[in-house]
Design a protein around this ligand. Structure first.
Ligand SMILES: [Cu+2]
Length: 187
């Protein structure tokens, strides 16, 4: 082997090594780019997941609030009812089947007008049999039976009692949720 041949061979080997290194570097770069685009995709997926989760929680809260709106314009679960010589005011209250409500029941009437010194609130079908002393306020916590429908409620201790039409009110028991309206339970 001449010196010239040896030099040429060394050069060729060096060139081959360089080419191999270059190829390896390209390979690493390509893998890196693929990895970072994969990471970007994962980040997008994760972000999308978070957006979906936030929307789901938000709409659950919004619709939950919608379906749990208090009835009769009262604060949640507390319903104002007045008893007087004219009967119940309001004359009709709406409640939901199975819910526990508090009636904020009050009267300004004096005992002298009331049998036994009380107004009463009677509705056997709804499990109500309450009395309210003259000139007082009483909180009545009541669990509404799971029986949607319109029920009669009356006072039997003043002004003619059950026989007097004005001594009657209505309690409307609505289905507990929208699902129940569509369900067979209503029929
Ligand atoms: Cu009464």
């Amino acid at each position: 082997m001449t010196d010239h041949e040896a030099v040429t061979r060394r050069h060729r080997r060096a060139a081959e090594r360089d080419a191999a290194h270059a190829a390896e570097r390209r390979h690493v770069q390509i893998a890196g780019r693929a990895r970072s685009s994969r990471n970007a995709k994962l980040r997008k997926l994760a972000f999308g997941g978070i957006v979906v989760a936030v929307l789901a929680v938000g709409s659950a809260l919004a619709f939950g609030d919608f379906f749990n709106r208090p009835t009769a314009g009262a604060t949640a679960g507390v319903i104002d009812v007045q008893s007087s010589m004219a009967g119940f005011t309001p004359g009709e209250i709406k409640v939901k089947a199975g819910e526990t409500v508090t009636l904020n029941w009050w009267t300004k009437d004096a005992a002298v007008h009331l049998t036994g010194g009380v107004h009463t609130m009677i509705s056997p079908d709804l499990g109500l049999s309450e009395s309210l002393p003259a000139e007082s306020t009483k909180l009545v916590t009541w669990t509404v039976p799971d029986k949607p429908g319109t029920y009669d409620v009356w006072c039997d201790s003043c002004c003619g009692g059950k026989d007097a039409p004005q001594m009657h009110g209505k309690i409307v028991v609505e289905p507990a949720s929208a699902a129940d309206v569509a369900g067979p339970a209503l029929g």
